[in-house]
Design a protein around this ligand. Structure first.
Ligand SMILES: *Cc1c(COP(=O)(O)O)cnc(C)c1O
Length: 340
């Protein structure tokens, strides 16, 4: 049976073209700064986002954690949404790696506002933790892949500037946001002190993330990456997948977004599908109701070869990606149409 895997956009396999790019890659020792493919990827990504420098990392979690560590001192406070990946899905890394604590704000689908940020900054008072960093996430994972309003980000940036706070973007799916909104990547480079982007999600690479920032920031970040064991040696074969994806896998994200909308249309015709978060990119998050539970829905779909994730007592998550073909979308819609 054809297996259709909507559990995450991290289940993609390298395409033949990507595998070929890997086998032909030049490599060296990146800890010595001598891996030509990593150097090329870092330079290209920095230029793409209009940042001075970039650093290749094994994972998005490591990129985020390094950024948080460099931007804070132990005992500082980091402001983010209460459903931010950096807060709820990185193993308590903010406390473990940076010794910092979190001020988690209840946002709209994981998106917080400038007014909320301004109100959450601690006064200069010995009783209080020093607020030093704000982290945003775009697209927002638990927000169903929603895209931040750039005007709101600009207001948040102004609050940060006025209060001497750093602003970091967890851009694991920033490419999805760029494709969905048509925004210029350099706008994000200007707004944020630092950005992490994932290559292992919609970009379809087997691993990797890139952390972007100023030259001075990346110099510090390289020291932290080494301490975490993230200094890579002959990883040019992996960086080559990133170079390949930058050329071949960005524009196609629009297909994932269209597919997500198509499946949403079929789901929303069903009375057992309750509230669905607005579908802006490649993620569907919806409630099941009546006699259906997320477990029943997941089991039913599994019998049809369709894999989805129950993410709460009421919600299902489905993620579109590179390995979901038109045929798979058609079959999924047909299965949904036949459900009672
Ligand atoms: C997947 C993800 C990450 C981290 O990615 P890994 O490479 O799996 O460590 C960070 N932020 C968000 C929003 C993500 O979805």
């Amino acid at each position: 049976m054809m297996i259709i895997d909507f559990r995450s956009d991290t289940f993609t396999k390298p395409t033949p073209g990507m595998l070929k790019a890997m086998t032909e890659a030049a490599t060296g020792d990146d800890v010595f700064g001598e891996d030509p493919s990593i150097n090329e990827l870092e330079a290209m990504m920095a230029a793409y986002f209009g940042k001075e420098a970039a650093m290749y990392c094994p994972s998005g979690t490591m990129s985020n954690q390094i950024a948080i560590k460099v931007h804070t001192q132990p005992g500082d406070e980091v402001i983010c949404s209460d459903v931010a990946h950096v807060y709820i899905y990185e193993g308590g890394g903010i406390a473990f790696n940076a010794g910092a604590q979190v001020r988690a704000l209840e946002g709209d689908r994981g998106m917080i506002t400038a007014a909320q940020v301004a109100a959450a900054i601690n006064p200069d008072d010995v009783h209080k933790a020093t607020t030093s960093l704000v982290c945003l996430e775009n697209t927002s994972n638990r927000g169903g892949g929603c895209c931040y309003d750039v005007e709101e980000i600009t207001r948040i940036k102004n609050v940060c500037r006025d209060n001497h706070l750093k602003l970091h973007l967890d851009g694991a799916r920033l490419f999805n946001a760029l494709v969905a909104t048509g925004e210029n990547p350099k706008t994000f480079g200007e707004l944020f002190d630092t950005i992490s982007v994932c290559l292992n999600k919609g970009m379809g690479c087997p691993m990797g993330s890139v952390l972007l920032g100023s030259t001075a920031f990346i110099k510090s970040a390289r020291r932290v990456r080494k301490k975490l064991g993230g200094g890579l040696r002959q990883a040019g074969y992996m960086a080559a997948t990133g170079l390949y994806a930058m050329e071949h896998h960005i524009a196609r994200l629009a297909e994932d977004h269209l597919n997500a909308k198509q499946i949403a249309k079929y789901l929303l015709q069903k009375t057992f599908v309750g509230h669905m978060l607005p579908v802006e990119t490649n993620i569907l998050i919806f409630d099941v109701q009546d006699d259906w539970t997320p477990k029943l829905f997941t089991d039913y779909m599994k019998q049809e070869g369709i894999l989805v994730t129950p993410i709460s007592d009421t919600q299902i998550r489905m993620v579109l990606h590179l390995d979901i073909t038109p045929e798979m979308v058609e079959k999924t819609c047909a299965v949904i149409a036949h459900m009672e």
